[in-house]
Write a protein that binds this ligand. Structure first.
Ligand code: PGA
Length: 246
């Protein structure tokens, strides 16, 4: 596991975009696993800027997003489909048919999850998976629980996640209570993983990820068992991590 300390959110975002850009330059047909949320927003903005300058070509890139709320369609502006369109897909030359997000409006959980898992497998697996981390240590929507769930599945969102995400919705009642997410196994099968963390709210989860036991109570802790993980965290997110312990 490699840990890069970033000065702040801007620095973290430039470093993250650089790693993603290098992946696309070295393999123009990369299969990327993408994340939503506040954390990667500026990383996406940097990539769009570099694309506009002609430094990047997304025409061969395929993407699979980590998760999607269940019960809302892509036209809902809080859907992760809408987020991806707004932050990346509509602004670069990626082919729409090469972008994949679980269909949140499809109610047949087994079908959504099996098809998504199969599609990732048929694409040859994810080469570089981007992750954020929840305040509670979740990755994707794999919430703290008694066991690690392997494949794509439907989850009931933890109360702490609903509280953290209500800032995006008009009313707390509007926050969906369920989501489809890649499983911990899906994430761990990615060849390379890049986890980003910014801000004090993540400090506890980042410290447990780095120094605590590997436990499904902190889903991100499983990453310690992956052979190729890079973490980029800013100073606030690393406030509980002593320099010498890294
Ligand atoms: P955030 O979410 O980027 O909005 O903080 C990260 C996550 O919950 O995984």
């Amino acid at each position: 596991m490699r840990l890069y300390r970033a000065k702040n959110y801007e620095d973290m975002s430039i470093k993250a975009a650089s790693i993603l850009a290098a992946q696309i330059v070295t393999d123009p047909n990369s299969v990327l696993g993408l994340a939503t949320g506040s954390t990667p927003e500026l990383m996406y903005r940097n990539l769009v800027e570099w694309y506009k300058k002609g430094y990047l070509d997304f025409s061969g890139v395929s993407t699979y997003n980590l998760d999607e709320y269940r019960g809302i369609s892509g036209t809902n502006e809080q859907s992760y489909y809408a987020y991806m369109m707004k932050n990346l897909f509509s602004k670069v030359n990626i082919k729409e048919e090469n972008t994949h997000i679980p269909d949140g409006f499809q109610e047949d959980t087994r079908k959504v999850c099996k098809e998504y898992e199969d599609a990732i497998c048929q694409a040859g697996g994810i080469e570089l998976q981007i992750l954020g981390i929840g305040n509670n240590g979740h990755i994707g929507f794999n919430e703290p629980s008694d066991s690690f769930l392997e494949d794509c599945h439907c989850v009931n969102l933890a109360e702490s996640t609903i509280q953290a995400n209500k800032r995006f919705f008009e009313k707390e009642e509007d926050v969906p209570k369920q989501a489809y997410t890649m499983g911990v196994g899906t994430i761990m099968r990615a060849k390379k993983i890049l986890l980003l963390a910014s801000g004090k709210a993540k400090a506890d989860a980042v410290e447990k990820l780095l120094n605590g036991p590997v436990t499904p109570q902190i889903p991100a802790s499983i990453l310690r068992l992956h052979p190729d993980v890079t973490i980029i965290a800013d100073e606030e997110a690393l406030v509980n991590v002593e320099e010498m312990k890294i």
